[in-house]
Design a binder for this molecule. Structure first.
Ligand SMILES: [Fe+2]
Length: 196
């Protein structure tokens, strides 16, 4: 049986502080594309020829390879859009954990900003299920740099498509705006699923 995904609705309906609705709407189309491709790949995997699997080239090999890109792209974007639209004021359990694990909200932002200016895809404040701490990990593509045993809590998209329309090459300005628009209620809600 193949489980297929239904894309989320975009909950943002206005310009955010420093991120335009137009940029978000265009960006959201990419998310919808990842949902579509994840479903398409899943269906193809179900009927692909498994006998001809090969590391150099095989249909099943390519489908499996691209599945990780599509599904990580889908999941990270779903969280990203779901945690924007707030007032940026850190509250609740995740804010407390950030202070515990990074020393302060400012230190967390500093670390995330530096990682965000260096990464080619994402910086993700992730909860490590083994260490039971929050860490910022960078990923150079949706499926490159994801750490085993972690769950994404606050994914920051630093692909150029996330900010070029509003900021040109000023990625730092976009990262600052990202922090200003975080919805900490939503972040805490998400974290509740994973953190005792
Ligand atoms: Fe993106």
């Amino acid at each position: 049986m193949t489980n297929l995904f239904v894309p989320n609705e975009l909950a943002i309906t206005r310009d955010l502080d420093g991120i335009s609705l137009k940029a978000i709407e265009e960006h959201f189309k990419l998310y919808e594309g990842y949902v579509k491709k994840t479903n398409e790949i899943r269906e193809k995997i179900a009927s692909a020829d498994k006998e001809s699997a090969n590391t150099t080239y095989s249909e099943i090999g390519e489908l499996k390879r691209q599945e990780s890109f599509a599904i990580d792209g889908m999941k990270l974007h779903a969280i990203y859009f779901g945690i924007l639209g707030g007032n940026g004021e850190p509250v609740g359990k995740v804010a407390d954990m950030i202070i515990r694990d990074f020393g302060s909200i400012e230190s967390w932002k500093e670390d995330m900003t530096a990682a965000g200016l260096s990464a080619r895809g994402w910086v993700i404040t992730s909860y490590d299920l083994d260490e039971k701490v929050l860490k910022n990990y960078s990923a150079d593509a949706h499926n490159v740099g994801i750490i085993a045993g972690t769950v994404p809590i606050i994914p920051l998209d630093v692909y150029e498509h996330a900010y070029y329309m509003d900021y040109g090459t000023n990625r730092k300005g976009y990262i600052e705006a990202f922090f200003r628009n975080l919805d900490w209620e939503k972040i805490n809600e998400l974290a509740e699923k994973y953190i005792d």
